[in-house]
Design a protein around this ligand. Structure first.
Ligand code: SF4
Length: 701
C-alpha cells in the first residue's frame, strides 16, 4: 500500500554523482519505500539503486555501539564476522571509545605529527568532509588527508585545473538538451550514471548525434551515430587522431581559439604526427571511422564531452583528459549553451568533498596549501592550529602513497571515515597488509567493513538517510540532505563524532548544527557565495557559481574567459604512451575493472540491500564468446584470474560487449575482490592508479 506511511522526507540519493532528489516514505521509524522528486538533475527519475537501495540502513549488521579491539583478539585480518564482531572487539561507551581513539592518535602526534594520516569520505556531507580535513590540518599540522577522488577523477581534475583553471564541470549534463552533438567516452553511463544516461538517450532520440567511444560495447552505443570500440588504453591515440583530422580539414574554430586559448601553434604542430591512418591499428578502429567521428563532432553547432573512469583510471589518465579539453577548445565547445566538458563524478559527494578540501594538495575551493597567504587565512578562520602559527606547506600524501608510507614506517596511525581501502585500493593485499601494520587505526563507519576489521577502535556512524547535511553532485548543484530516521542504537551523526574527537585532541570546536559548519565553510570558499543554508532548505538545490541571492546558479561557465592567467585556457599536447604493464605470454589478456548497475563500489551498502543483492548475488566477470571458447569455459563456469599481484576465482559470463582477450570484473565482491588483481602504478599528475588495465591470465577453475 503506497499510501501507508506517516512521513515523507525530501533528500538526495546516496549513491552516484548524478544526485537525484528523492522522497523517503517513513513509517514506524523505518523507510518503507522511495520515490523520485523533481530535482534539477533527475526530474522525478530514479534508477534501481535509488529506488531499492535504501534498506541497508535497517540491516542487522549495522554498528550500534562503539567497539574496541580485545586484548586477546586474533591477529588483524579479514577474519571478523560482520554479524558477530564481539569475537574480536568488545563494546565500549562513547566516552571510553573516543578517549581511546584520541589517545592513540595523540601519542603518535607527540612522537611526530606526520605519523598520522586520514581518509575522509565522499559519501558523507560537505560539512563532514570539511571538518575531517580541518581535523587533520588543524589537529596534526600537515596535509596527509585524502579520499576516494584519488581513485576516481583525480587525473581529470589535474588536467582541468592545469588547462581550464577549475576542476569542476563547465556545464551540467542536462545542458545536453541544447547540444546537437556529444562525445561520451570511457563511460558506461547506463550502468554507472543511469539517470544521466536517460538524458543522453533522449538527446539521441531528438536527433542529437552521439559519439560513443569505449573499449566495451557499452549500452549507449545502441543510440550512437558513431560507435568507436577502441582498444583499452588507446584514448590518446584516438583523440589525437580525431584532432588531427579537425586541423587537417580546418574544422576548428579559429575565432574561439584566438580569443580564449593559448599554445595553439604548438598543439597544431604536435597533432601532425597522429594521422588516423597511422593510429588506426593502435586504436583497433579503421581510419575512416575515426575521420567520420571527428567530422561529426567538429561540424556540430554545440557539442559536449562526457567522460568516466575509463578515461581517468590510467597511468596516462591526465593525458587522456588533456586531449578531451583540447578537443573541446579547438572546436569552441566551452562556455555556450549546449557545450561543455563534463567528467561524470562517481560518488554522490565526491565533487563536494573535493571542493571542501578533502585532498592533500588543496584547501577548500582548490586553494593550494603551498601558498602562505591562503594557509594564513584558514588558520585565522580556524582560530589557530595545534602545531603553532601555521601548518605544513608541503602537499600531503595521496591514498596509494599513504599505504606505501605505512609499509615504510612513515605513517603509523590512521583515522578512516566511511572509506574502505581494504577493498577499494589497487593491489589490495598490499593495502590490507599496511592496515594490519598500523599501530593505531580509528575507523568510523556504519558497518564492520573490511577496513574496520583492522581497526583498534570503531565508532558507529550514521547512514545518509539518518543525517542532515549538504552534498554537491556532478553538476555543481549543492543540495540539502535531510534525516528520515534516527541512527540506530548509539550510532551518531559523523559531524558530531569528528567534533568530539577533535576536542579530545585539544582543538576547541563548538558546533551545534551542520548549518554552523556550512557558515564557516562559506568564509573560506568563494564558490559558495550567495548560497546559504536557508536557501538550500527552501530551494533544495543551488548550482555554484550563483551570481546573486536569487540566481539558481550557472549551468554553463566560462563564456567570457577562464580562471587562468590572461583568462585563456591552454592546449597541452599529449603523447601516446603504453600502459604500465602489457600482456605477455604469461599474462596474455587485459583486465578491466568497474561497477555494475546494482552494486555500489565495495558492496558495503548494496550487498545488504535485499532487492539489489537478489538481482546480482554473485561475484562475476565477463568475457567475449571467443575468449570463453579459447579457454574451454562454458558461460556460468568458474575461472581463475591471476595477475602479478594475486588470484581470484569467479563465475564467468558471456558478454559480446567485452572485446576479445579482455576480461571485465566488477569490484563489489569481497569473496573475489577485483583489487587483489589491479595494478597500483600511478598517473604522475593525478596520482590515480591504473584500474583500467592490467595483464591477466585466465584459467578454468
Ligand atoms: Fe541514485 Fe545515481 Fe541512480 Fe540517481 S542515477 S537514483 S543518484 S544511483
Amino acid at each position: 500500500d503506497r499510501a501507508d506511511y506517516d512521513e515523507e522526507v525530501a533528500s538526495v540519493c546516496p549513491f552516484c554523482g548524478v544526485g537525484c532528489q528523492l522522497s523517503f516514505k517513513v513509517k514506524d521509524g523505518r523507510i518503507r519505500y522511495v520515490e523520485g522528486l523533481d530535482g534539477p538533475a533527475n526530474e522525478n527519475r530514479l534508477c534501481v539503486k535509488g529506488r531499492f537501495g535504501f534498506d541497508y540502513i535497517h540491516h542487522p549488521h549495522r554498528l550500534t555501539k562503539p567497539l574496541i579491539r580485545r586484548e586477546d583478539a586474533p591477529p588483524k585480518g579479514l577474519n571478523v564476522d560482520p554479524a558477530n564482531p564481539l569475537t574480536h572487539f568488545r563494546e565500549a561507551t562513547w566516552e571510553e571509545a573516543l578517549e581511546y581513539a584520541a589517545k592513540g592518535l595523540a601519542e603518535l602526534r607527540a612522537q611526530k605529527g606526520t605519523y598520522v594520516a586520514g581518509f575522509g569520505s565522499a559519501k558523507g556531507s560537505n560539512e563532514e568532509a570539511y571538518l575531517f580535513q580541518k581535523l587533520i590540518r588543524q589537529g596534526f599540522g600537515h596535509n596527509n588527508v585524502d579520499h576516494c577522488t584519488r581513485l576516481c577523477h583525480a587525473s581529470s581534475v589535474a588536467a582541468l585545473l592545469e588547462n581550464v583553471g577549475s576542476g569542476a564541470v563547465t556545464a551540467t549534463f542536462n545542458e545536453i538538451e541544447n547540444a546537437d552533438v556529444a562525445l561520451i567516452i570511457g563511460s558506461n553511463a547506463i550502468e554507472n550514471h543511469p539517470v544521466a544516461a536517460t538524458y543522453f538517450k533522449q538527446f539521441a532520440r531528438r536527433g542529437g548525434k552521439l559519439i560513443v567511444a569505449d573499449p566495451r560495447g557499452v549500452g549507449l552505443g545502441r543510440f550512437a551515430a558513431h560507435r568507436l570500440q577502441f582498444k583499452p588504453g588507446a584514448d590518446v591515440a584516438l583523440l589525437n587522431a580525431m584532432m588531427h583530422v579537425i586541423v587537417e580539414e580546418e574544422l576548428y574554430d579559429a575565432d574561439y581559439i584566438a580569443r580564449f586559448t593559448e599554445n595553439w601553434e604548438e598543439m597544431k604542430t604536435h597533432l601532425k604526427g597522429f594521422p588516423p591512418e597511422k593510429m588506426a591499428e593502435h586504436c583497433g578502429i579503421p581510419a575512416e571511422e575515426i575521420r567520420a567521428a571527428a567530422r561529426t563532432f567538429a561540424k556540430g553547432r554545440a557539442g559536449m564531452i562526457f567522460w568516466g573512469m575509463g578515461v581517468s583510471q590510467h597511468v596516462h589518465g591526465t593525458d587522456n583528459a588533456r586531449c578531451l579539453i583540447s578537443l573541446a577548445l579547438m572546436t569552441g565547445n566551452v562556455g555556450r549553451p549546449g557545450t561543455g566538458l563534463h567528467p561524470l563524478r562517481g560518488q554522490n559527494n565526491v565533487q563536494g568533498a573535493s571542493d571542501a578540501g578533502l585532498i592533500p594538495m588543496f584547501l577548500p575551493d582548490y586553494q593550494t596549501v603551498t601558498d602562505a597567504d591562503i594557509r594564513r587565512r584558514f588558520v585565522q578562520i580556524w582560530g589557530g592550529v595545534w602545531s603553532g602559527e601555521d601548518f605544513s606547506a608541503e602537499k600531503g600524501l595521496t591514498v596509494v602513497e599513504i599505504m606505501d608510507a605505512i609499509h615504510a614506517g612513515d605513517i603509523r596511525g590512521m583515522y578512516i571515515m566511511g572509506e574502505n581501502p581494504a577493498m577499494s585500493d589497487p593491489d589490495v593485499d598490499h593495502a590490507r597488509a599496511a592496515l594490519a601494520k598500523l599501530e593505531h587505526l580509528v575507523v568510523q563507519d556504519i558497518f564492520l567493513t573490511e577496513t574496520a576489521m583492522f581497526a583498534d577502535v570503531i565508532l558507529p556512524a550514521s547512514a545518509w538517510p539518518e543525517k542532515t547535511g549538504t552534498v554537491t553532485n556532478t553538476n555543481r548543484q549543492v543540495q540539502m540532505g535531510r534525516p528520515a530516521v534516527p541512527p540506530p542504537g548509539q550510532a551518531r551523526e559523523d559531524w558530531r563524532i569528528i567534533t568530539d574527537l577533535a576536542n579530545r585532541l585539544g582543538l576547541d570546536w563548538s558546533y551545534g548544527h551542520p548549518r554552523e559548519i556550512f557558515a564557516e565553510m562559506k568564509r573560506g570558499m568563494g564558490s559558495l557565495d550567495n548560497i546559504t543554508w536557508e536557501r538550500l532548505e527552501a530551494e533544495g538545490a543551488v548550482t555554484y557559481p550563483s551570481l546573486s541571492p536569487e540566481d539558481p546558479g550557472q549551468a554553463v561557465v566560462f563564456g567570457d574567459g577562464f580562471p587562468r592567467a590572461g583568462g585563456r585556457a591552454r592546449f597541452t599536447p599529449a603523447n601516446v604512451l603504453p600502459p604500465d604493464e602489457t600482456p605477455d605470454a604469461e599474462y596474455p589478456f587485459v583486465l578491466i575493472t568497474g561497477r555494475q548497475l546494482e552494486h555500489w563500489h565495495t558492496g558495503t551498502m548494496t550487498r545488504r540491500s535485499a532487492v539489489l543483492d537478489a538481482v546480482e548475488p554473485e561475484a562475476n566477470c565477463s568475457m567475449h564468446p571467443s575468449t570463453l571458447r579459447k579457454l574451454g569455459v562454458e558461460p556460468g563456469g568458474m575461472v581463475r584470474l591471476t595477475t602479478r599481484r594475486g588470484s581470484v576465482e569467479v563465475m564467468a559470463r558471456m558478454d559480446r560487449a567485452v572485446a576479445p582477450d579482455t576480461v571485465f570484473i566488477p569490484f563489489a565482491y569481497v569473496e573475489a575482490a577485483a583489487n587483489i588483481l589491479t595494478n597500483p602504478a600511478l598517473d604522475p599528475f593525478g596520482k590515480i592508479p591504473e584500474f583500467k588495465f592490467a595483464a591477466v591470465r585466465v584459467e578454468k577453475a
